[in-house]
Design a protein. Sequence first.
Length: 284
Amino acid sequence: SQQIYINGEYFGRDDAKVSVFDHGLLYGDGVFEGMRIYGGKVFRLREHLKRLWDSAQAIALTIPISMDQMILDVNATVAKNDLENGYIRLVVTRGAGPLGLDPFRCSHPQIIIIADTIKLYPEEFYQDGLELVTASTIRNHPAALSPRIKSLNYLNNIMAKIEGLKAGCVEALMLNHKGEVAECTGDNLFLVRDGVLITPPVDAGILEGITRDVVLELAAQEKIEVREIAITRYDVYVADECFLTGSAAEVIPAVKIDDRTIGDGTPGPITRKLTAAFRKLVGQ
Ligand SMILES: Cc1ncc(COP(=O)(O)O)c(CNc2cccc(C(=O)O)c2)c1O
């Protein structure tokens, strides 16, 4: 049965609990990572852990074990749950403390590792592409809670997700505080225009996605020209191709955005080439 890791111990699903005084619950005070398991191995584990430590550092949270120990514990949890292909959710909360915001009165950060199966989008969305709408909820202002931090504060993204779902779309495009295109609620966004791959730079107020980095590497290998530049909705509407990247989404085409058909309305050749390269890389 599913074994969930909490601070070095394993619990069954029904016994895996944290305190109601945990500031991760009360205030979203904590950080997390979502990683894929392919062929029994966690994909880009070190890159994800580097980002986890950066996110924790940014919120002045000290993760109570070393990165090497975290690698051992993540891999042990994957082995314990005997998952060939699946998903790891790794959460570090500030821990339990008195009511009130003061994080320094919480003494024991909670490390939670959940290994599970994942099916974010049905297969036809990968074949036919999905539809997006632009949400009116923008990504966090970088001077507020930076979108670079993968924190437990996901209401910003959830608000945009609600707008997308209410519009009949499974994902929503989010703008940044300057009105430029940033990313979607749970994945990064790429465009193709005249054979050039385009994606917003990390200073556009986005999460620096691991899958985004992998696709940029694959594009370089495929000798596809890449530009990390600010883009607007105009650029999206006139693009030849559009696709999203994320640990959960992997690489998924978008063929209609705000009722504009992108290109000929089917996933484009560069999207398909990079999808194939990604699937080859992860052995799927
Ligand atoms: C806002 C945002 N932007 C981009 C990504 C893609 O980053 P990675 O390529 O490193 O995964 C994310 C990550 N988003 C993410 C990760 C894991 C699960 C889920 C889910 O929707 O359940 C979402 C994210 O939350």
